[in-house]
Design a protein around this ligand. Sequence first.
Ligand code: PLP
Length: 386
Amino acid sequence: MPERRRSIDTRLIHAGEIRPGIEGAVALPIFQSANFESVEGEAYHDIKYMRLSNSPNHMVLGRKLAALEGAEAAVVATSGMAAITTIFHSLLSAGDHVIFQDCLYGGTYDYARREFRRHDLSCDFVDGEDPDAWVEALRPETRMVYVEAITNPLVQVADLEAVVAFARKHELISVIDNTFASPVNFRPPEIGFDLSLHSGTKYLNGHSDIVCGAVIGQADLVARVKKMMNYLGGSLDAHACFLLHRGLKTLALRVRQQNESALALARALEAHPAVTRVNYPGLASNSGHERATRLFDGFGGMMSFELAGGAEAAKRFEAAVTIPIVAPSLGGVETLLTLPSATSHAGLTPEERREVGVADGLIRVSVGIEGTEDLIADFEAALATL
Ligand code: PLP
């Protein structure tokens, strides 16, 4: 059966691998070598050097990640932010304009708001659920439209098919941060996105022990990103490649458990009197629910919620839970809680946070792979103390 017709479970294990394994090794060894011996007749572009992201560890990851999303090519990077900023600096030129979805990961938002102008780039932020707003933001110099599959931390699902249609109509590069959905739940190239990117630190690796990123998509665009990464030096270390590769093997098992637990937990929270709002695309109350149901294979492990007692109650809740760890980041095997106003969105001013809808008392949950019933019982016990 051709690889592209195989399930994602099979592709996670076998796609892109070197077979037969080197010296019979079932797992790909770590190529801890900065440089590689030259071979007769080698062209300049064939030189193997760690910064050029072309060791066997890098090449296998690139092939596997591309296969997971049904894309032509992929490259890994030192972090999600390295992936994001390298996309901007490889595909945009001075004078260009980008249309961003308004509620994004704080690092992306901050970078666009504060650093773009130093490179003579400009941008506008639009409501991802309101295609008319994108047309208004369009300028002759607009080159790119940038969204997140599920936004951080409000877990909104933009009108993603309309984003692709809009980009095609106006000849813009369409870029999507697919970190929160993961390739198990959503594969952006399948609906026509030019580039998808990940903070591989999160679900792809899944064990909260490395920082890494990935850019996946059309071969010509990935090649331009990779070339810029060669200049900027954002190549992922070989040992981190190995850990990412190992983490990927269990991605489907982890994400499906997280999908299931998060849905059950979101439903329990929504039914609780101390909770005023639950943001989760799997709930019928969520504005993106219909789109998420149609486009995604699961609603993911991320949610956020607000308590009747606001920021004070949120702090008491964080202190009362016993299973979740209060920590930034997400997508690992352990359940994490964080207040985005103090972590991922702390770089925004209070007014900017209000504008994008991040309340000071908003609690973000990254659901891990612990027992679902244990998690619900722990959350309910903590709510009972408020
Ligand atoms: N994109 C999203 C959606 C994120 O949540 C994050 C980090 O939290 C990033 C990108 C940045 O990734 P990294 O921390 O790996 O640089």
